[in-house]
Write a protein that binds this ligand. Structure first.
Ligand SMILES: C[S@@+](CC[C@H](N)C(=O)[O-])C[C@H]1O[C@@H](n2cnc3c(N)ncnc32)[C@H](O)[C@@H]1O
Ligand SMILES: [Zn+2]
Length: 268
């Protein structure tokens, strides 16, 4: 049943649906929003009024992802989850729910939860897929009991390995997606005027052992609007001087590489 795995962020008891709310045995009550998500962030857990991606980033991310340029990536993630026969899945830092929804549809018998700290992102996600239980919550303190999930998916989101370890069953896995060295290299070259090759970022935790590492690479043809959304959905837009971003003004269509690493971890 939808929402049944959520626990009360105040007392950690189970939450039950009552009318238009989720309520625990100690009468702590959380209203379900009309879009069909629940806000389980306590006011004193927030470090800013609107934490996570800002509204403009969320809108740009939604427009960009909906064009399916990254479809191959989510197909690989779904195949991995299916291969390891995992069905109870948490998308930790789910953003606008693009990947969350495709994973739910592609993984047979899956039962999917999504959390993100950005209320705007969760709102967009909840509208997209009514069969997923979405909440506003932090990946560093998730509203779930210990050993709840078969798989935690983290796509370009903060990695909270300690918390993932807590909510994963003993044979659970983390499926982690992060950029490889060639990711968006042509775009960066136009903006920064030189080829910026990153070293493959590596990810590790004492609590987990890496069991598989896959590369997902290819080219996408971006229209001007795609490029603009792509830049706006990342922190680059906010950290790059305007005159550098202006280098994109003369570009109409662009062939850009995507380069993702999908790494799978099991508990130690
Ligand atoms: C780069 S986006 C990726 C979103 C989504 N996985 C995707 O690929 O479209 C990073 C996401 O992490 C969220 N985020 C940042 N800090 C977080 C936290 N402590 N807990 C949960 N989500 C967080 C942001 O709001 C944002 O939606
Ligand atoms: Zn409670």
């Amino acid at each position: 049943m939808k929402f049944e795995l959520f626990t009360c962020p105040k007392c950690k008891e189970n939450l039950f649906i009552k009318g238009g709310s989720l309520i625990c045995s100690n009468n702590h009550c959380y209203d379900l929003a009309k879009e069909g998500y629940v806000n389980l962030m306590l006011a004193n857990d927030k470090h800013s009024l609107n934490p996570g991606d800002n509204d403009d980033m969320v809108v740009s991310r939604d427009m960009f992802l909906n064009r399916d340029h990254y479809l191959k990536l989510v197909n690989v993630v779904s195949n991995v989850i299916s291969k390891y026969k995992k069905t109870t899945i948490l998308d930790a830092g789910c953003g606008t729910g693009y990947y969350t929804s495709i994973i739910r549809k592609e993984v047979e018998n899956s039962y999917v939860y999504g959390i993100d700290i950005s209320k705007k992102a969760v709102k967009v996600a909840a509208k997209k897929d009514k069969d997923i239980s979405f909440a506003v919550a932090s990946v560093f303190g998730t509203p779930f009991k210990d050993k709840t999930f078969d798989a935690v998916v983290s796509i370009f989101s903060p990695l909270a390995f300690e918390e993932f370890n807590r909510v994963l069953k003993d044979d659970g896995i983390v499926v982690c997606v992060y950029p490889g060295e060639k990711h968006l290299i042509e775009l960066k070259k136009i903006i920064y005027g030189e080829e910026t090759i990153l070293n493959d970022k590596s990810v590790s935790s004492d609590l987990f052992e890496s069991i598989e590492k896959l590369k997902v690479q290819g080219y996408m043809n971006l229209e001007r609007e795609d490029t603009s959304n792509l830049v706006r959905m990342t922190p680059y837009f906010y950290t790059t001087p305007k005159e550098k971003l202006d280098n994109l003004n003369s570009v109409s269509t662009l062939s850009v590489q995507y380069d993702f690493i999908v790494e799978i971890f099991k508990k130690n």
